[in-house]
Every structure is written in structure tokens, then in C-alpha cells.
Design a protein around this ligand. Structure first.
Ligand code: PMP
Length: 463
């Protein structure tokens, strides 16, 4: 980074050949990429031999970190040799898929009836949207189709799931959102509450906003509400106490399905197996991905309750087929690896470990609240956000054009921490294997990067 790539280096070849997601192409052309070559534990190394603590578990997914896990390599190897590809289309099945479906149903936070696999979080959520349409058509209420998510929610990047995602960069110049997808209030008390409004009162107002939106649209036209227990890519936003209780009362009143997007929160991230358990969600549908395979293989899952499954079953039975499915959904190699990942989680008691290291990380990050730049520290379990501001007392953020978020990202990188700065918030979601000592090392490096950023802001005349 920050060096013009040498002509035939991997960096130069990359710039010539790849269009990068979530990247500024001009910065990429100027500086080249950071080429990550290896990893072990919570650490990764670039081609120059620099080592970094991976504070975001890659893309919130590598619960087991980056080590060579021989058992997972073996699970993939054995499955490729036994049966390299099969699928559940046309009344076929394979055992790794059956095993994984059973495991997920046994782990589910509320009774679930069926599992449908795909390969990414976006596909799982897209599938949920389609099946909710199919479900309401099956029930003879074709007008009940609108879907509501939250401003700053993240649910993926397909046309439909990018529409659900409530972030401007996912809509702007993509001609999104699609019609019939609506957004309601973001439950972030810190920025959303009015002067003197308690978190509980703010939660009530969020639920009232949802109720008003459903009433305005007509409850007979609203099918489902999508929510992440903790909003991740929108800036690690933790809902205020009583929020989901009040939201669910509104959904029940209007016969609107709840979809829990557990793509980040699932598998131990928030201190329980599911974020739904931490925040009291009782979803009708649930999507998960990422830590389902610890990022070793692309695999995701959608779970359906029996009440959602039944009409879909009857209708597909009448039509003759359920006209949906991805070639690589529930790939046997991915399922075999995910099965082994879940076994490793259990054997190493990883969720219990995460539930003890989580509070330590939260406490250590909260010590940063004294830093002149740090405004709010929030999070639960092993997911957290540290938000900076130009003026803490007035909760006044920096202007995006001042580039402070990007500068903070550069300083974190120089201090050996890889994470993501979302607007003014540093996101943390380290591998669940992280130890107290590694948390301490990460937070010390973050403190230094904050000092560097403050010095830079002063030099630029921004504070
Ligand atoms: N839902 C949530 C909550 C996510 O965080 C993400 C990805 N960050 C997705 C869905 C989309 O997953 P994918 O990138 O695998 O399509």
C-alpha cells in the first residue's frame, strides 16, 4: 500500500486484471493492493512479511482464525474423493447436506422445520424473499409482498438484497431499491434519540415508526421484516433494550413475518450461539453463512418454521415443483467442511470461549472512550464498534470529505491491525479463538493508531 506497484509484481498484475469489490479503484490504481499471503491464528501476513491482527475475522467469518486446520483440509479432500459434486435438485440428496441440515435444525434458536442451502449470505436472503412471495401466493394473498428492513441494515448485494440493505452506496447509481422494499428507523440510540430520550423510550419510538409505516402501506400489503440482531456492516449498531420485544409485537399484530439475518451474529459472535438468543428474537425464517464454515468454504443456509414451510410445500406440490435452487447450494464439499467446523466448535467449546473473551474485549475497548477522538464504544460479545467524532461534546462527526475515516484506516494498518472503518466507526469482529492477551495487543495498537490519527487531524487543522 502507498507504493506504486513494480511493473510485473503481483500488485501490478492485480491492478491490471481485477475489479475489486468495496474498493476505490483510483486508490487501487495509485497504490496497488495489500497482498495477503498467509495466516495463522488471529494473524495474517502480507507479501512483505508484515504481520497484522485480523480484527474483522476477514469479512466477519473466520471464527477459527487463519491457521491450517488439517481436519478441515482432510474433510474437503475426503469428500472430493468420495463424491466431488452432487445436489439436492430433482429428489436427490447427499449425506453431508443431510448431516448439516440436521445439525442446524438442532441448533436453531426456535423450532425450525427445514433448511435450504446456498453459497452466500446474499443468496440466503434472496431465497428468503422469494420464498416469502411464494408463501403469500400459496396463502391466496398475492398483495402481501412488501418487505421492510432498517436504514443501515445490511443483507447483501443482489438486486433484491441490496435493496434491503439500507446503505446509500449500495443503492446509488444501481437504480435501487427495487419497488416494494421499504426502510424503517435505524435503532441506534446514540444518533437517533432526541435530547433526553431514554433507550427504552427510543425503542418504543422505533416500534411506533414501524407500526406507522405498516399502517400507511396497509398491513395486507406487508409480508416481512428483515433484521440483523446486531447491525454489522452498517456500523456495528446494537439495538436498545426492549427493541425487539416491541418490534415483534408490531409484527405479530399485522401478521408480518420476521426474518433474522444471522449472517454475522450466528455461531457465537454475540456471546450466545445466535444473536436471536442474545436479543430475544423469535424468527419465522433465519439466514446464516460466514461462521457456518468459518470461511473455509462458501456455504449459507435458510431455515424455515413449520408454519412457513407448510403452505410452500402444498403449493409447490400442486405446481409440481419448487422452482428455485442454485447449482452450488449445499455443495457436498462445503457441507462436509461445515460439518467438521461445527464439530470443532463443539469440541473446543469455542462459543463458551467467545462468551468469556467477549466481555474482556468490550471492557478493553471501553477504555478508549477517554481518547479525545473517541465518541461512543458499543458492542456485545466479540463484535464492537468504536466511533470517533470531531467534537465529542456536541456529537459532531467529521465531514466525509475530510478523509478522517480513511486516515484512521491507514494508521490502523500501519500499527498492524486489519479492520474496517465504516464511516466514523472502527468495526471489530475478531476470530472467536482470540485470547485475552491478543485482545490486549489489538487494543494497544488501536490506541496508538488513534493517537496517530489525532496528530494527523491536528496537522491538517481538522481539530
Ligand atoms: N447479511 C449480513 C448481515 C451480512 O453482514 C452480509 C455480508 N457482510 C450479508 C448478509 C451478505 O453476505 P454475502 O456477502 O455472503 O453475500
Amino acid at each position: 500500500m502507498t507504493q506504486v506497484p513494480r511493473p510485473n509484481s503481483a500488485a501490478a498484475r492485480d491492478v491490471r486484471s481485477q475489479l475489486h469489490p468495496y474498493t476505490n479503484p483510483l486508490a487501487l490504481e495509485a497504490d496497488g493492493p495489500v497482498i495477503v499471503t498467509r495466516g495463522d491464528g488471529v494473524w495474517v501476513e502480507d507479501e512483505a512479511g508484515e504481520r497484522y491482527i485480523e480484527g474483522l475475522a476477514g469479512l466477519w467469518c473466520t471464527a477459527l482464525g487463519f491457521s491450517a486446520e488439517e481436519r478441515l483440509a482432510r474433510a474437503a479432500y475426503d469428500q472430493m474423493r468420495a463424491l466431488s459434486f452432487y445436489h439436492p435438485f430433482g429428489q436427490k440428496a447427499h449425506v453431508p447436506g443431510i448431516d448439516l441440515a440436521e445439525k442446524l435444525l438442532a441448533m436453531a434458536p426456535v423450532p425450525m422445520s427445514k433448511v435450504l442451502f446456498s453459497t452466500s449470505g446474499s443468496e440466503a436472503n434472496d431465497t428468503a424473499i422469494k420464498l416469502i412471495r411464494f408463501y403469500n401466493n400459496a396463502l391466496g394473498r398475492p398483495e402481501k409482498k412488501k418487505i421492510i428492513s432498517r436504514i443501515k441494515g445490511y443483507h447483501g448485494v443482489t438486486l433484491a438484497t441490496a435493496s434491503l440493505t439500507g446503505l446509500p452506496n449500495n443503492h446509488r447509481d444501481f437504480d435501487l431499491p427495487l419497488p416494494g422494499i421499504l426502510h424503517t428507523t435505524c435503532p441506534h440510540h446514540y444518533h437517533g434519540a432526541v435530547e433526553g430520550e431514554s433507550p427504552e423510550a427510543f425503542a418504543t419510538r422505533c416500534a411506533e415508526d414501524l407500526d406507522a409505516l405498516i399502517e400507511a402501506e396497509g398491513p395486507e400489503t406487508v409480508a416481512a421484516f428483515f433484521a440483523e440482531p446486531v447491525m454489522g456492516a452498517g456500523g456495528v449498531l446494537v439495538p436498545p433494550p426492549t427493541y425487539f420485544e416491541k418490534i415483534q409485537a408490531v409484527l405479530k399484530k399485522h401478521d408480518v413475518l420476521l426474518v433474522a439475518d444471522e449472517v454475522i451474529c450466528g455461531f457465537g459472535r454475540t456471546g450466545n450461539v445466535w444473536g436471536s438468543q442474545t436479543f430475544g428474537l423469535q424468527p419465522d425464517l433465519l439466514t446464516c453463512a460466514k461462521q457456518l464454515s468459518s470461511g473455509y468454504m462458501p456455504v449459507s443456509a435458510l431455515m424455515l418454521s413449520e408454519a412457513v414451510y407448510q403452505p410452500i410445500r402444498d403449493n409447490a406440490g400442486r405446481i409440481g415443483i419448487l422452482g428455485h435452487g442454485y447449482t452450488y447450494g449445499g455443495h457436498p464439499v462445503a457441507c462436509a467442511v461445515a460439518n467438521e467446523v461445527l464439530t470443532i466448535y463443539e469440541e473446543r467449546e469455542l462459543f463458551a470461549h467467545a462468551a468469556t473473551v467477549g466481555p474482556h474485549m468490550q471492557a478493553r475497548l471501553r477504555t478508549l472512550a477517554d481518547h479525545p477522538l473517541v465518541d461512543e464504544v458499543r458492542g456485545v460479545g466479540l463484535i464492537a464498534g468504536v466511533e470517533i467524532a470531531r467534537d465529542k461534546a456536541k456529537r459532531q462527526p467529521f465531514e466525509p470529505a475530510q478523509g478522517v475515516g480513511a486516515a484512521l484506516g491507514r494508521h490502523l494498518h500501519r500499527r498492524g491491525v486489519i479492520t474496517r472503518v465504516i464511516g466514523d466507526t472502527i468495526a471489530f469482529s475478531p476470530p472467536l479463538i482470540i485470547t485475552d492477551e491478543e485482545v490486549d495487543a489489538m487494543v494497544e495498537r488501536v490506541a496508538l493508531a488513534l493517537d496517530d490519527t489525532l496528530a494527523w487531524c491536528r496537522a491538517e487543522g481538522l481539530v
